[in-house]
Design a protein. Sequence first.
Length: 159
Amino acid sequence: MVLLSKSKVIIFATLAVLIVLLPKCKQADKSNVNTSENTSCVKTKSLNPNGDSELALLMRQMYDSLNSMNRLIKNGGVPSKFPESFLKILKAKPTTSNTKLESFDAFADDYIATLRLLYNSPKADLNKNYNLLVQKCANCHEASCPGPLKKIYKLKLDI
């Protein structure tokens, strides 16, 4: 019978634990599930406590676009390429089914119409129409999801 030293037993035990837990870490990374069993394996946390839905991700892109446009307009620039991907707002899957109230489609249609107006604006009307678009975002969020309102209002330009 071969006797193993205490250090070899510790090494083998550690390897055995790693072999058992490593697949769980990989599975947790893929599914981003946050359970007590695998919390040490999850590396990143979602910005949204309910997960990142298609609609939430789209709205973050919309925010980033408005933020960039804010700087562009302040520096005398004019927006050029209409963001066709934002038209997905009507079809984008929300975080939860009750996120899209009955009024959501009307707010989304109003947003799209104002976005088109902004991209077709003469330079003299850019500030006004940009702020109108920011207000359209705020109107919807006041009705259903007030969390980002503070952030949205900071996008407004001083006229």
